[in-house]
Design a protein around this ligand. Sequence first.
Ligand code: SF4
Length: 366
Amino acid sequence: MNNRVFATTLREPKELVASGLAAAADLAELEEVASRYAIAITPDVAVLIDAGDPNDPMARQFVPARAELSGAAGENADPIGDHSHSPVPGIVHRYPDRVLFKLVHVCAVYCRFCFRREMVGPGKDSALSDAAYATALGYIRAHSEIWEVILTGGDPLMLSPRRLKQIMADLAQIDHVKIIRLHTRVPVADPARITDEMVEALRVAGATTWAALHANHVRELTASARAACARLIDAGIPMVSQSVLLAGVNDNFEALEALMRGFVECRIKPYYLHHGDLAPGTAHLRTTLKHGQDLMRRLRGRVSGLCQPNYVLDIPGGVGKSPVGPNYVLPHPQESPADERESARETRYRVTDYCGDVHLYPPTPG
Ligand code: SF4
């Protein structure tokens, strides 16, 4: 980490060069990256970057790289198919009982692997107009199967407490909306935004608020970030985590273990470990599914169950998320015709324990 204090959020390649976070020789290419994808590194995040380490996991997440100019097979501007499931602007209705409500398209920081990188940032999609907001609210009101509304974006905590308070009240007035979940990186990227006023704005009668923190490396869980999360949790807002498995950031056992233990120590239940989406120019940050499964197997073998996230893949095209962690239960191979007859009324399984040893689970009677 560096000892510098950063007064403002860094948004321009020349600011990155001036602050020592990027090389002057890379400026032209970084300007080209900046013309495609937004850049923002808050002072809280900038101080975590070790400019002397070419493989620094914080730099890989936030400092733009020339590799972002290269496309790879299968990459897509809308990798998880938001557009194909958007009945009205601002709403993504992919699963029956919940919707995404995309209120803003700006974030405190812009992650180099962002799955919505073609949609977020200044000059991309704008915030919802009042008319579009009313239409989106009307859609939620008209669909009684919607039990949960997930505020995302962009980052919903970029809105003012006053605006959020109104949105929370609007949603809580809809009888069938019981859960309002916010997906945010603000507690780590700009913890000072989690003021008492902000916390108060998120608590609403008539619905339960949850917050999902996006963080990918334990170094993001600074004392300030932990205190910001504690303010939310102490106010009765339960928290879960979501992380992205990223090459050179957290794709080794020690980094993943430290991150998951860090979450639990903050009273944040590890929820999702996302396999990297096929967002344009992010191939250098993706791992293989097999590597992700191997890491999950090691995590299961060595770390408390409290620290286990679900390893998931968003199937391209808007199909939805699937768990892609290792499979611990397989049908036991049949050995003889007699076994085949038996298989019609009984099932045996090969179950792998946390050490990797295989056991047979007995047939189910009846
Ligand atoms: S905070 Fe979320 S939406 Fe914003 S750039 Fe990062 S991953 Fe994308």
